[in-house]
Each structure stands twice: as C-alpha cells, then as structure tokens.
Write a protein that binds this ligand. Structure first.
Ligand code: SF4
Ligand code: SF4
Length: 365
C-alpha cells in the first residue's frame, strides 16, 4: 500500500508552486530541482519511465529535509513528505540510495541510534507518567534531559524514563528504512507498555509528530488510544498558569530570540507555550525570527546531517543568520538535536545558544 501513495501525491505536486516559498531546502539552495514540485516531478517522471533512479536522481531524492513545511502550507493537505519517504523506500530496495543510508541502517539496527555504540537503557520503573528520552537528549545535549526532570520534579511529577538511547523512528522512516523504523517504533511502544504509564511526555515537537502522526501514516502503527501524548513545553506552560510551577525573573536583559525547533510546523499552535515561559523568566517577549512558528525552518538535525551534511549545515547557518539579522545575542530552543547543530556554528554569529529547559530549571522559584 505504501508504495502506491507517492504516485497520487506527486501527480498533484509536480507542477504546483503553492508551497515553494516555505521549503527550506529550496530557500537555501535556490534550486528549482530541490523544491517541493521538483521532488514531485522527479518521482512522477520515474513512475512514467522518463527518468531512472541512479546516483544523480537518488541524490536529489535524498536532499529533501522531510521537515513537513510543504504539507503544513498545502491547501489540500498533500502528504508530499510521506510520498518522498515512500519513494526512498523503493530506492533503498534498489540499492541506489546514498551510501550513508546503509551505514545509518546498520547503526540503527545494532545500536538503535546513529550517534554512539551504546544500547538503549531498559525501563527500570513503573509509574503513571513516562518521559520519552530518545537518542539526541542522551547523546548530544544531556543537560536538557536533566533540566526537564528537575522542572517536572518541581511540578510534582516523577516520570519513568522510556526510549532512553533509542531513536524515535523518524530518522529511519525519513531515509526509507521502513522495517528498521517499524522495529524502533515497536521497541518504543514496548518500553511504554513496560512503564505502565497512561501519559507520555515528550521533549520536542519532533517526538510529538513522530508518535502522533508518523507511526500511523507511514508505518501503519496506531498510537495506543489509552496513552495520552503530551509535549513537555506546553505542559510546563500549563503548570505555570495553574500555579503548580513557579519561576523567578532572570536579571539577564540581553536580546534573545526563541528558535522554534525542527518539526514545529508539524504541530500547529505549539508556538505560544515556549514564548509564554520565556517571557515569564526573561521579563519581556523575545525578538521574533522571520522563519518562526508554523513556518519555522529546521536546523540541520534531520536525516540530511548524515546524507547531505553540507546542506544540513546550510540550514543551520540560515537559522543562525535569521537570529543575527534580528539582533539577538542569545538563541533559545529546547530540542537537543537542534541545539547541538545550532551550537556547532553559533560562534560565527557571536550568538549564545541556550537550552530552554536548562534556562527554566535555573530559575525555579
Ligand atoms: S504539497 Fe500541496 S502546495 Fe506543495 S506542491 Fe504539493 S500540492 Fe502543491
Ligand atoms: S519536506 Fe521540507 S524540504 Fe521536503 S519538500 Fe517539503 S518543505 Fe521542502
């Protein structure tokens, strides 16, 4: 079934320019081929026998960031990113994908993460509330996890850690590694079942999107109806409003901007919560970037970091440039993957990269 989907979607996208203006890869490359309709036309042309998957067309196919901006701005809700991921499945099976895809497949199958040779932690406790850790929070930006646990403890929540050291499955799905994505999804759901939790908190919009949409749409794995899925930042904003979380004002008055993390466009309406929390602690609203909220571009923390690292860096640099253009000194986000990529290049823009959870935890009243 999943192989039929690209045909229908790319037929609609191949000559459509209606979301081209929000595509981050089109924006940084200025290439018509690397734009939503460019990918639609490439896939549709292969289907018609006018092109073949080879090294050149495969490079094109694997240059989409799978960020969801096109679908979020599509008047007819065409699932173009899902279509591109499904087309990648065909290319992987034909052994025509970039070599990095097969290296990541091996790492994910052996270690469940692409970053380090370490197995995920087993679930050690049971409880009503679980917190999905994933791989980036453990291996790339661990202070976010520690701070999130401090904040939850202050709000009276002691979550069971699940999926610690395991990718949520997005990366494998994005690279066309369907069976690997299914295995990771099943392992994460087994962790959740072992925890006994009825509510799962997630650190990032990327995790929220993966569990709430990607599992079902791309893998045919339904989210367990009895488990409530909650993004941590909106949860903390709710706790603040209810008086269950108390934060004190920072003395730092330097200009700051909030960087909506990668995949924010896939979670409509989630952009207000981080801004409310930041305005409480920093005493004033932040500077607003051009690529924000539901048009927030990703940083380099998509599958592009492995298949097209230079393109991933271009996306990260564009986010930093946006912040620098608006006069920010400090750029704040909560996503461990986005933070790691932004931090790698921030010194070129004299920007300080700050984890949102860490900032909030430092200002617990
Ligand atoms: S996703 Fe929608 S707006 Fe974008 S190219 Fe396809 S049909 Fe057009
Ligand atoms: S998923 Fe992102 S990079 Fe890919 S076509 Fe859509 S907007 Fe462009």
């Amino acid at each position: 079934m999943h192989i039929l989907q690209p045909i229908a979607t790319t037929e609609n996208c191949r000559y459509c320019l209606m979301c081209r203006h929000v595509c981050p890869v089109g924006y940084v490359t200025r290439s018509e081929t690397l734009s939503p309709h460019g990918w639609g036309l490439t896939i549709a042309s292969v289907r018609r026998g006018l092109l073949q998957w080879n090294r050149e067309t495969s490079e094109v196919l694997f240059s989409c960031a799978d960020c969801g901006l096109c679908r979020a701005h599509c008047a007819t809700d065409q699932p173009l990113p899902d279509a591109i991921a499904a087309a990648r499945e065909e290319v992987v099976e034909l052994k025509q994908a970039p070599p990095a895809v097969y290296r990541i497949e091996q790492a994910l199958q052996q270690w469940s993460n692409p970053y380090t040779q370490q197995q995920p932690w087993p679930v050690k406790q049971r409880g009503d509330v679980a917190l999905f850790v994933g791989d980036a929070a453990l291996f790339l930006w661990p202070s976010a996890l520690e701070a999130a646990q401090l904040l939850l403890s202050a709000a009276g929540v002691q979550p069971v850690l699940v999926g610690a050291g395991r990718n949520n499955g997005y990366l494998a799905s994005s690279l066309g590694l369907r069976s690997t994505a299914e295995a990771l999804a099943q392992a994460n759901l087994e962790d959740l079942q072992a925890s006994g939790a009825g509510r799962l908190l997630v650190l990032t919009p990327g995790d929220y999107y993966t569990f709430s949409r990607l599992y079902e749409d791309r893998l045919g794995i339904a989210w367990p109806r009895e488990i409530e899925l909650v993004e941590l930042v909106p949860f903390l904003a709710g706790q603040l409003e209810a008086g269950a979380l108390r934060l004190r004002r920072s003395e730092d008055t330097s200009p700051y901007a909030y960087c909506d993390p990668t995949h924010s466009a896939r979670v409509p309406g989630r952009d207000r919560a981080p801004r409310r929390l930041l305005a409480t602690v920093l005493g004033q609203p932040g500077l607003e970037l051009f690529w924000r909220g539901e048009r927030a571009h990703p940083a380099g923390d998509t599958a592009l970091q492995f298949t097209q690292p230079e393109l991933a860096d271009q996306l990260t640099l564009a986010r930093l440039q946006d912040a620098a253009n608006h006069g920010a000194f400090m750029l704040i986000s909560e996503d461990p993957g986005s933070l790691a990529h932004l931090n790698r290049h921030a010194s070129r823009f004299a920007l300080k990269i700050q984890g949102l959870y860490e900032l909030l935890a430092r200002h617990l009243a």
